[in-house]
Design a protein around this ligand. Sequence first.
Ligand code: PAF
Length: 298
Amino acid sequence: MHVLRTIREVNAWRAKLRAQQKKVGFVPTMGYLHDGHVSLIAEALSRADYVIVSIFVNPLQFGINEDFSVYPRDEARDLQMAQQAGANAVFLPSADEMYPAKPMTSIQVRSVSESLCGASRPGHFDGVAFVVVKLFNIVQPDFACFGMKDAQQVAVIEQLVNDLNIPVEIVRCPIIREKDGLAMSSRNVYLTNEERTQALILSSALREVQHILIEQRQGIPALDIRALAEDMISNQTDAVIDYVEVRHYPSLHPVFADYLIKYDTKDMILLALAVRFGRTRLIDNLLIGSDKGSEIDV
Ligand code: PAF
């Protein structure tokens, strides 16, 4: 596996593969890899001749009071995991390599980045959009894999790629969960034992909604779906709800309160949760409808 630390090295690696007409898949990450990332690498390997993973904790996507300085990092472990997962190269730039000077350009994907996490974390998706465009320009992959745990991030990146005609296919990959249902996230390491137990309410609430939708095929109003998830979280834990939202996907337009949500709806509907357990903010979601990106095994 090639360990590439500079943009020049990535450019040289990529140019060689282009000359050989190889298909390149890309898995952008912020490191502290887990099995969710391993599944993204596996998906990329199944579609490409070569797969490159980037590991870069992007300062632009963290707010001033957020966890940038304490975000978990373990380069040696990440390199070992990426290699075991079968990645052909890892791009591990320093902050100076990515941002040698303060960027004067901004990228804002309006509408889709303004609600949900965009409302609670102002500027977050501007930072994500900026680094993703930069990484796409450096790596020039044929496609890139993103996990649907960050369903809004995927919607933002799809919009960005469409708006700017960026020639990178975006591959949506399913949420990977621990055996007990907790969606995998690098931030799960922040949880105390008690918080981790409480955090299981996220997948339980989503699973319960899915069960009810399967049983009541005639559909359930959006308002009731939202209330069911919200009540489960607030009645069974002392966690602080940031949002429980039902939205059309991928537009993230609001859904009318009386809109009947059916398990096999042709529209895609996202039930998205963001909840704080102590100091740790976790997100999870269920995508209801034709593209079952986040269906929970029942
Ligand atoms: O999902 C992530 O890990 C990050 O937001 C990404 C896409 C690598 C951009 O920094």
